[in-house]
Design a protein around this ligand. Sequence first.
Ligand SMILES: Nc1ncnc2c1ncn2[C@@H]1O[C@H](COP(=O)(O)OP(=O)(O)O)[C@@H](O)[C@H]1O
Ligand SMILES: [Mg+2]
Length: 460
Amino acid sequence: MVSLSLAWDRFVSVMTEPKKHGNKAPLWQDLLMLGVSVLASGAVMSFVLKQIDPQRDAKLAAKKRKQALQKRLGMQIEMNEYEQLLAADVVNPDCIDVTLYDIGGLDPIIDSLYNKIISPMQQPQLFLSSPLLKPSKGILLYGPPGTGKTMLAKAIAKESGANFINLRVSSLHSKWFGDSTKLVTAAFTLAWKLQPSIIFVDEVDALLGKRNSMDQDIVTSVKTEFMQLWDGMVTDSDANVIVLAATNRPYDLDEAVLRRLPLSFEVGMPSAAQRESILRVILSNEAAARGSACIEPALLENTPEETGPAAMRPLERIAEATEGFSGSDLMELCKQAACRPLHEFISSMSEGKKDAPEAPRPLTVHDLEASIATSRPSRFNAQKYYMEAGRGGEPPDGPEPHARHRAGGAASGQRRGRHTAPLADEVPGADAAPGTGKWQRDTQRGHLSGPSEHTSAWEL
Ligand SMILES: Nc1ncnc2c1ncn2[C@@H]1O[C@H](COP(=O)(O)OP(=O)(O)O)[C@@H](O)[C@H]1O
Ligand SMILES: [Mg+2]
């Protein structure tokens, strides 16, 4: 700045009093000096302004995220600053590590989702030719915590090849981000640019719960913006974008939201047969990851240990003993059990016994049984869910799930007068055509087959 003002003073003096300066310095030198000074001062000014910009770090981080996203997605897209902020929450389906085959006990729901969501996303041209075939653009997964809803959502994105925008309510309302409504708009415009895509709203009740007079203005405007953009997406036949929502509190959802979610699936607490399926999926994944030697053959094959009428499959026994366990509890149980052979091995090594084994022994059914005693099932969370849903804390192994599904949707809402728009009466498995889609568990992934694999809880 100082050099610029000196150069300017000299230039003015040369121009106004040429005689005073004589021929000492030619005019072009002064002009050059002035030009250089102007450029240098401009650069310094811009550098200083950038340094003091309060948004500088955020913009730099957003730029990095944009570059990372473009690399991940393998495509160049233009994004505004709000879309860039959301870029961190976009997952390329190829990077999702959960598949439909990793989910146990939910085959009828998966069949239905395959026909109604995954196929239309994979082959939109077949479904857009008629209004009757038009796929639904809103799906709700609801049920107690730990039953696999989030897992299912990720697997749907993976299977359909859709980009997955994980819309975190905490990000939207974070004071760091400030402008929540603009972020909601960005979620939809980004989804449009990345289609086929899924906007996943986990814990949707936190974003689109019942409106009440205590709501802050920002909460109300976010809801309104979300609904309007959603409607726009529904009426736009070119948009291959769906909103997939999940919640543990369906009874807290706004009626207008329920109307926009024509497909809904209750992912309830698993029955004994479903628990057996979940255990088998978890253990066969473990064997695939660590080698079949890490699990004793009878457990891995799930063959009855004894003969005679009282014979039970080992996992059937564990399933019977784990009433009130969710899928997530069963995962924890298996983790605990899997650590037992390892702990034994470590202690035998540290004791320096001569006959110490060279490797940990395989996991046995007794490890699972011993771990049940020290596990804490989340049945209380589930009871809370069933109580709130107006079902008096119905036990997990209650009536057969078709009826349960209906009760959980329409009936509970009517009984409690909580929402007049019932949850959709989607009957898992009723319209599914198992074996007709690409989704066929046993043949495709070679999971262990056995009686309960095909007779899921809904068919029992
Ligand atoms: N049906 C299931 N099959 C296999 N694993 C399951 C199942 N349900 C839950 N899990 C395990 O529990 C974890 C938590 O499940 P999650 O999908 O987050 O439950 P939710 O979203 O319903 O609360 C999963 O990552 C998975 O390891
Ligand atoms: Mg979840």
